[in-house]
Design a protein around this ligand. Structure first.
Ligand code: SF4
Length: 428
């Protein structure tokens, strides 16, 4: 057997996924050395100690704009095995291999990485490791989805912890979002017992606050469309007994507007510590919401804000500016919608559309904001009623378009059938 070691490149944007991957490797494949590196070149300190060294990189599309970072990684080609995974490589495996990576992990990495290391320790043969794009662009095939309960959320034995991923997968497949296309539409949850166990560990390690990673906190325990208030209440009441402060439906997660009802918000009010909730709206134009495949209406958003405010929870509502196909009229509708919510007591969190690989809108263009709209948005920001990275994201968005046009992003043609059609609710 060859001696193989795995090092994951840690940076401020990939901390949570890096923790989860190292936790999965160290708990399931303890016979192999796995660790973090903070700079790509740090991995060179280890190449003489092992027969094969892998550098794993979680890549976001925005990382492609950081040329120095990427150059430093690719300069290691030939000295270590370069493996990319995460949202960008999953959406654009061919483009990622063309950048110089040796292998791409498609979708979830927990099991694929462990099997990859095992296979490399035995031979060079990787065809049996499902979920990989090989350097000759062949795909080894899809793998079964992981069960979150099989993996620790973070490597607590290293004294490291963070938010707990309680739900993975989303059935809505919104046209701009990578979640359903990476993790698929099948919704999986970490069990109440499992979450409570890690909450206890977190408390023992000195952690006071517990947050979650989930596409929609109020979908916990259900099939993605329904609400299992019994399970949400069981989870939150047990966590309260553990004695940690629980933040449910706020950063880094959110809730869908049509899930905000009197009974669901009452449970949050009763057990959770957050005084804010993040609600995804994205647009106030019902035409745009339909085009985006959001599966809810503007009226659902207004209703969710009304209910939250009545329960003393401040809604922070996400909007996306510059959506493809948006007319000035749609933008006016969204701007007026934002003002309506602000008057009700909400804050608007502003984003700018980015054509992300792997999504149905990967080939589209952002829409430029007319000066009048831009001024009004800036005015809301100036008054502290809205905030966000929208100006930075606007620049990034056009740079992504440029990379696409230069062929750096190659993007495999998107196929709607990749999201199981039976799970797309025709009448949400
Ligand atoms: S509901 Fe949220 S997580 Fe699900 S596809 Fe839409 S934006 Fe993504």
């Amino acid at each position: 057997l060859k001696k193989v070691a795995y090092f994951h490149l840690l940076n401020k944007n990939n901390k949570y996924s890096a923790y989860a991957l190292i936790a999965a490797l160290e708990s399931r494949f303890p016979q192999f050395r796995s660790d973090f590196v903070r700079r790509p070149k740090e991995v060179l300190d280890h190449v003489n100690k092992y027969d094969k060294v892998i550098l794993g990189v979680t890549l976001m599309t925005t990382d492609l704009l950081n040329e120095n970072y990427l150059d430093e990684i690719i300069s290691l080609k030939g000295k270590v095995i370069l493996v990319a995974g995460g949202p960008h490589p999953t959406g654009d495996p061919y483009g990622t291999l063309s950048l110089g990576f040796d292998l791409v992990v498609h979708g979830e990495g927990e099991e694929t990485l462990g099997e990859l290391i095992s296979a490399l320790s035995e031979s060079e043969e990787l065809d049996d490791v499902k979920g990989l794009y090989l350097s000759d662009f062949r795909f080894t095939g899809r793998r079964k989805q992981v069960d979150l309960n099989d993996f620790p959320p973070w490597p607590y034995w290293r004294g490291l912890f963070g938010p707990i991923e309680i739900t993975r997968g989303c059935p809505f497949a919104c046209a701009y979002c990578q979640t359903s296309f990476i993790f698929k539409s099948t919704v999986r949850h970490r069990s109440v017992e499992n979450v409570v166990r890690y909450a206890e560990l977190l408390k023992k390690l000195g952690g006071k606050d517990l947050r979650f990673i989930t596409p929609n906190a109020l979908s916990y325990g259900g099939n993605g469309y329904d609400m299992r208030l019994d399970l949400i209440e069981e989870l939150l009441s047990k966590l309260k007994k553990v004695g940690v402060r629980t933040f449910f439906g706020s950063f880094p997660s959110e809730v869908r507007p049509e899930f905000v009802k009197n009974d669901s918000i009452k449970i949050i009010e009763k057990y959770a510590s957050n005084k804010r909730i993040v609600i995804g709206a994205q647009s106030a134009s019902n035409k745009m919401l339909k085009l985006l495949h959001r599966g809810h209406t503007w009226e659902d958003v207004v209703n969710a804000v009304d209910i939250s405010v009545k329960h003393g929870i401040t809604p922070e509502v996400d909007f996306i500016l510059g959506l493809p196909g948006e007319t000035e009229e749609d933008m006016e509708i969204t701007l007026n919608g934002m003002k309506e919510l602000i008057n009700m007591g909400a804050r608007a969190h502003l984003h700018y559309f980015m054509p992300l690989p792997g999504t149905p809108l990967a080939f589209s263009y952002p829409t430029k904001l007319p000066d009048k709209i831009r001024k009004e948005v800036a005015n809301l920001v100036g008054k502290g009623k809205a905030w966000g990275q929208w100006l930075k994201q606007e620049k990034i968005s056009w740079k992504i378009v440029e990379l696409r046009e230069r062929g750096v992003i190659m993007i495999r043609p998107y196929r709607r059938r990749e999201v199981e059609p039976k799970l797309i609710n025709p009448n949400p």
